[in-house]
Design a protein around this ligand. Structure first.
Ligand code: MN
Length: 227
């Protein structure tokens, strides 16, 4: 089939021991660890989950030098467990939600905190604070067949070798199954969707030259350098 312009390339994430995973959409969960909700000035007990998106081509592979975004004043790291969906669905009950998960990965929800904070204050969209170029570094995906479903285990981020963020997957306010159940009530989830599940406490700014190393127990580490 011919198209009017060159066909945009399919964005993909490497899979441990398999063919690459094609990315459809990138969803992100806000404030899904109590300590992080508190550090952002919110009460974690009263809020149902909420979601935002990044464009599919915000994904960059582990090992990359990631673009330091234009006009940044406060460019921050958020280390997250990423869900990669192999099946889709609408209104998926939590009891059936894990069937949608193809695998898991370590990801970074890179954030221009200054733009996000301004958007919150002015009641404007978060897109330029969250959905900019190269804002979604993602390590190779481990299929569920190899790692099982992830419900607990350490999650941490080191910057230049020093621990900045630390938590445990068991501290997620909304579990993997609950995230999928809620999100599929708003949109039809599809194979190829990635879901960034939220970040533990300790978010902070990075500068050019910083080396970011992210980890979740049982998965392949993510390493990127800010360029
Ligand atoms: Mn996040």
């Amino acid at each position: 089939m011919a198209f009017a312009i060159a066909v945009p390339k399919i964005v993909s994430v490497p899979v441990l021991g398999g063919d690459p995973f094609p990315v459809h959409r990138i969803y992100c969960v806000g404030r899904n660890y109590a300590e992080h909700a508190r550090e952002m000035g919110h009460d974690p007990d009263r809020e149902p989950p909420f979601f935002f998106l990044k464009p599919a081509d915000a994904v960059v592979p582990s090992g990359s030098i990631i673009l330091y975004p234009p006009k940044p004043k406060d460019y921050q790291h958020e280390i997250e467990l990423v869900l990669a969906l192999g099946n889709g669905g609408r209104d998926v009950p939590a009891a059936a939600a894990l069937d949608l998960v193809y695998g898991y990965a370590v990801g970074l929800d890179m954030t221009r905190r200054d733009l996000q904070s301004e958007a919150k204050k002015l009641g404007r969209p978060w897109d330029m604070g969250k959905g900019f170029d190269e804002s979604a570094p993602c390590a190779p995906i481990t299929p569920v067949a190899k790692c099982g479903h992830i419900a607990k285990g350490a999650i941490w981020l080191k910057v230049n070798g020093e621990i900045r963020q630390q938590g445990d997957i068991s501290q997620l306010i909304w579990s993997v199954a609950e995230i999928i159940a809620h999100l599929s009530g708003y949109v039809a989830l599809a194979p190829g969707d990635l879901i960034f599940s939220g970040t533990p406490a300790g978010v902070g700014a990075v500068k050019k030259g910083d080396r970011l190393e992210g980890h979740v127990d049982g998965l392949t580490d993510l390493v990127v350098t800010v360029g």
